[in-house]
Design a protein around this ligand. Structure first.
Ligand code: SPV
Ligand code: MG
Length: 554
């Protein structure tokens, strides 16, 4: 349809026309416009995508798509439901094939109201009797009484909730063999009753009787045609006869039937999809038509995703020798915990909090590390170096907001979400119940923390606590917690850590430094390292006892 989508500049700030106003503008425009058939939300969207400016919601096609006949076998509310999907899926006007209005004037009134509520632009009703039959079936179908049909048109116009909603009156006199005079008489009556346009229908293979009607009618009201049977007529002839609108009435339905038959038969006989893929729309195409990208956008806007801009570096280079044979061919981040490698479980928690980019620093048995969507960088000197050298291997990724985590830990997601929401530049998570963790292995090394304040009965999550010192051998009465192995860095924090790594390297200390050394240097350099207390709900996996606990943790 050739329609103006904006109000003229002189009329003030431009606003898009409503769907009914777009249809009305197309009908009254001297230019020829086109409506393309659709029968559900998907086909309606395809019509819009093809560039059409309006949709014909065909009764034949909607009923066929529902697997029933074009004889009002689908109830009007079932049709209404289909129309609602079509209207929601598109931004262009829909002219509905309303058959005979599903009853008398009263049914028509309710139909028009319900269509307006769904932003349908107009309805076309035909002067036949309920229940109707498709115009191309049989001969001489009985026509409605002219006065009764005029009353139905008036009732429709009086009920419309939108001033631009269009009622198109469809004249079936030519279809039923009553001739041109009866067609003109009816068109005139319907026009006087308030119809916005006349649809003149024919089942002949030539357009002669349609063009003869147009000549006599002389454009007293916009004319709409459906050239399904006289399809060979050049479109320019309709322009010459000042026809307002052409409806391509059922061609998406018929195209879909051919395509679906073809692919069904091929798959049924071939018992394979070989040779099929590539001849049909891709799954990605389907997602695009469904508008999935909008949902991804909306999820970003509405779902809590504290880590969406944050990337993660997972330190996973060590073997975990205490796990014996379990780590003979893989590092401990890949040992199985209830059917999934530890690293995969960790990555899932990170992703659930919105962290999309995850890099694991690997070393021991690095080829055995294979977790979907976790990138790898290697610290090949893992056997002779400490954690800082591993972090330095991922230095180029220490940029912007960043989470640094050990690769052998599991924790509840709320811990991560709270950490990501913490506004500090460098924040570490400390377990205040550190004493409970001294278990079966006296050799196990714990990264203890001395903090500016102990976790106490009066402690609130909002309270700020700073790190004073980190390390494995701190005086017990001064220890406030155990570092879990989780550190959050803001963009500034990442910069500070990069600078500290550079200093360690310059001083020749990088290879031997562990994460507590790095934390201590940051504190000594005057940077604030914040502490976020937790009370349990995490574990690390160093030996078989830990592994057993990890299984129970899930
Ligand atoms: C429809 O598309 O349902 C129509 C047009 O009413 S026709 O099938 O030609 O009658
Ligand atoms: Mg129809």
């Amino acid at each position: 349809m050739t329609v103006a989508f904006k109000t003229p500049a002189a009329a003030g700030p431009s606003r898009p026309l409503s769907k009914p106003a777009q249809l009305k503008a197309a009908l009254v425009s001297p230019e020829l416009s086109f409506l393309m058939e659709a029968h559900n939300g998907l086909s309606a969207r395809i019509v819009e995508e093809a560039g059409f400016k309006g949709i014909w919601a065909s009764g034949l096609s909607m009923s066929a798509a529902l697997g029933v006949r074009d004889n009002n076998e689908a109830s009007w509310t079932q049709v209404l439901e289909t129309l609602e999907f079509m209207s929601d899926a598109t931004s262009i006007p829909i002219l509905v094939d309303g058959d005979t209005g599903y009853g008398n004037f009263n049914n028509m009134r309710r139909l028009v109201k319900k269509l307006c509520q769904r932003s349908i632009a107009g309805v076309c009703i035909e002067d036949k009797l309920f229940p109707k039959t498709n115009s191309f079936i049989g001969d001489g179908q009985p026509l409605a009484d002219i006065d009764e049909f005029c009353g139905k048109i008036k009732a429709g116009k009086d009920s419309q909730l939108d001033p631009d909603f269009c009622v198109v009156a469809r004249v079936e006199a030519l279809i039923s063999g009553w001739g041109l005079d009866e067609a003109l008489r009816r068109a005139e009556a319907y026009h006087r009753a308030g119809a916005d346009a006349i649809l003149i229908h024919s089942k002949k293979s030539s357009a002669d009787e349609i063009l003869a009607f147009c000549k006599e009618w002389d454009n007293r009201a916009p004319v709409v045609i459906v050239p399904t049977m006289y399809y060979a007529t050049p479109t320019d002839r309709y322009r010459q006869h000042k026809i307002s609108c052409v409806i391509w009435a059922n061609h998406n339905l018929r195209a879909a039937i051919s395509a679906m038959r073809d692919v069904s038969r091929k798959i049924a006989t071939g018992e394979t999809l070989v040779g099929i893929e590539g001849t049909i729309a891709s799954v990605k195409d389907v997602f695009e038509l469904q508008g999935n990208s909008e949902l991804v956008e909306a999820e970003r806007r509405y779902l809590p995703q504290p880590g969406v801009d944050t990337q993660a570096i997972v330190l996973a280079a060590s073997r975990g020798a205490a796990l014996g044979n379990l780590t003979a061919d893989r590092p401990k981040c890949m040992i199985d915990v209830r059917g999934q490698p530890l690293l995969r479980r960790l990555a899932t928690t990170l992703k659930d909090s919105g962290i999309r980019k995850i890099t694991a620093v690997v070393g021991y048995a690095k080829d055995a590390v294979d977790v979907a969507s976790v990138e790898k960088v290697a610290n090949d000197a893992y056997a002779f170096t400490g954690e800082c050298a591993s972090l330095a291997a991922a230095e180029s990724r220490l940029e912007g907001p960043c989470l640094v985590t050990y690769g052998d830990i599991l924790f509840r997601r709320y811990i991560l979400d709270r950490l990501l929401e913490n506004e500090g530049d460098i924040v570490v998570v400390a377990d205040a119940l550190w004493r409970d963790r001294r278990g079966n292995n006296p050799d196990e090394v714990h990264d203890h923390l001395i903090c500016s304040r102990h976790f106490s009965p009066g402690y609130l999550d909002e309270d700020t606590v700073d790190l004073v010192k980190a390390g494995p051998d701190l005086p017990e009465r001064e220890v406030s917690g155990e570092w879990v192995g989780l550190m959050k860095l803001s963009a500034t924090g990442s910069e500070l850590v990069r600078a500290e790594i550079a200093k360690l390297r310059a001083e020749g200390l990088l290879d031997r430094a562990n994460m507590p050394d790095l934390l201590n240097r940051l504190v000594e350099a005057g940077h604030r390292v914040r502490v976020q207390y937790i009370t349990g709900h995490w574990l690390d996996v160093d030996d078989s006892f830990d592994l057993a606990k990890a299984r129970n943790f899930l």
